[in-house]
Design a protein around this ligand. Structure first.
Ligand code: ZN
Length: 339
């Protein structure tokens, strides 16, 4: 009951990459970089285990950014000529690569870190991939001319990698779809379909993470404008409830998401965000258990997974570590309280 887990990313140590940045530069190259990525992955697996989390991940230590890490292994994308593009409905600008021809995987994308993580933990292992709709929103299109068509092309590639990750021994494959909270109607109309295509044929647990973004200034400013009730999930959850995806991750603590929206996910496991990623203040175990208690009004005990609201990548390593500990301790307290 209440198996604790993180959304996905964790900060990169200062010897691996620049710190507290969304698109950090690596500090090494070639074999040296590969070794540094491996060291950071093992360090964070140990930290998650020590914090008492029940499901662990690689902390996304081997990818520069959660979307571009995947795109780097895709043929048909020009990384040499990045262009500036407003992403998430122009919420902020990013330098993005361009799709210039038909898409194809160059080979395996995450074999190294997935196999490494699998070899070094006996806990359940979750692995994250960007969702097709969010990829489409984080790359410039010079070839397909249609977002839905391009999303389905990416979904096929994601599916190929997801099936290989499953063969590596990954227990849960999660697709990250922050774009679902931005283009709600598109998400309901075709985003969920593209997501299901990405997960086609998987027999391991499948998940989707939908959030209000990393704790960066542009996102914090946007959230200020969303009003007292954040109802974005309301449009997408019914479509997800009908889908083949097993688990849904959402924001809760410190968000203005009405908790009753979780009712729309009947029949799904719900990863409830009990850790705020937009604040360096460390949650107490009591606060975490309280958030779990509120969610219990709408989610059955055996379907509730305490989680972080989003990834912790842009935070300081020290703060992230303490937040992991708060998550583990809060879940343990909730198991006592709500037995
Ligand atoms: Zn997120």
């Amino acid at each position: 009951m209440f198996e604790a887990v993180i959304a996905g990313s964790l900060p990169k140590p200062g010897w691996l990459a620049e710190t507290q940045k969304l698109w950090p530069q690596w500090k090494a190259q070639g074999d040296e970089l590969r070794q540094a990525k491996a060291d950071a992955t093992l360090l964070w697996i140990k930290a998650q285990e020590d914090a008492g989390l029940d499901i662990v991940g690689d902390g996304e230590q081997s990818r520069q950014h959660f979307v571009h890490g995947f795109l780097e292994q895709v043929e048909g994308i020009d990384f040499e000529h990045k262009v500036k593009m407003g992403i998430r409905d122009n919420r902020y600008d990013a330098m993005v690569p361009q799709v210039v021809s038909a898409l194809k995987l160059k080979g395996r994308v995450h074999a190294f870190e997935a196999q490494l993580a699998r070899a070094h933990t006996k806990k359940k292992l979750k692995f994250t991939l960007p969702g097709p709709m969010t990829i489409v929103d984080t790359v410039a299109d010079r070839f397909y001319g249609d977002r839905q068509k391009m999303a389905m092309a990416f979904a096929e590639l994601l599916n190929q990698e997801a099936l290989a990750l499953q063969a590596d021994g990954v227990d849960i494959i999660q697709f990250d779809e922050p774009a679902f909270n931005v283009y709600m109607q598109d998400a309901a109309d075709w985003g969920v379909k593209a997501l299901e295509r990405s997960a086609q044929g998987l027999t391991c647990t499948t998940a989707v993470h939908i959030c209000y973004g990393y704790g960066i200034q542009a996102n914090n400013d946007w959230k200020e404008k969303l009003g007292d009730q954040w109802r974005q999930y309301e449009l997408v959850f019914p479509a997800l409830a009908k889908s083949s995806i097993n688990q849904v991750s959402l924001e809760s603590y410190h968000s203005h998401v009405p908790p009753e929206l979780m009712q729309l996910l009947e029949g799904k496991d719900v990863m409830v965000g009990v850790i705020d990623v937009a604040s360096d203040v460390i949650e107490t175990p009591e606060q975490v258990a309280d958030t779990i208690g509120k969610a219990l009004q709408f989610v059955p005990k055996n379907r509730l997974f305490p989680c972080t609201n989003c990834g912790l990548a842009p935070m300081s390593r020290e703060v992230a570590l303490k937040k992991l500990q708060a998550l583990g301790a809060g879940a343990a307290l909730a198991r006592e309280r709500y037995r």
